[in-house]
Design a protein around this ligand. Structure first.
Ligand SMILES: [Zn+2]
Length: 155
């Protein structure tokens, strides 16, 4: 009986070489916020931001997807080690945002309205410096099950 031989290593590596793949880490955090501009009246804030403008804050269950795109490393078979990504997200994002009041506790939102759009960009900026430059990063954030934002655009 003929036993199939494994393909030689250079051929196997050529199969995956230069192939771009996305790896995605999903995370969750709970946080409180209030959407308002200090230079607007409560009426103007409520007209613009609705119930998210109520002065005493309220919470959301945020879902975030951190998508990293890059070529597969032919030695490891990884685009990036998802454990490393998970630890990075925990340290840079979850430890700072989870069970916090974004307006009060998080430096980035002291003077920035914590809309889903702004939170998404801040998460990107917190993570980007810690990833290899040859990897692309995309963030998707949902504040409610029906509303999503993405940054940068081009998912
Ligand atoms: Zn809200």
């Amino acid at each position: 009986m003929h036993l199939a031989q494994p393909l030689p290593l250079p051929i196997v590596e050529a199969l995956v070489m230069s192939k771009k793949v996305a790896v995605i880490r999903k995370e969750h955090f709970n946080a409180a916020h209030r959407l308002a501009r200090a230079d607007w009246s409560n009426e103007q804030n409520e007209q613009t931001f609705g119930r998210c403008s109520y002065p005493n804050f309220h919470g959301h269950n945020y879902e975030v997807e951190i998508k990293v795109v890059g070529e597969i490393d032919t030695k490891t078979g990884f685009v990036m080690d998802l454990k490393v990504l998970s630890d990075l997200v925990s340290e840079k994002v979850l430890d700072r945002f989870d069970h916090k009041n974004l307006n009060v506790d998080v430096e980035e939102f002291k003077n920035l309205n914590p809309t889903a759009e702004n939170i998404c960009v801040v998460i990107y900026e917190l993570l980007r410096p810690h990833l290899d430059q040859k990897l692309d990063l995309f963030i998707r954030l949902s504040e409610t099950p029906r509303n999503f934002v993405e940054y940068p655009v081009g998912y």
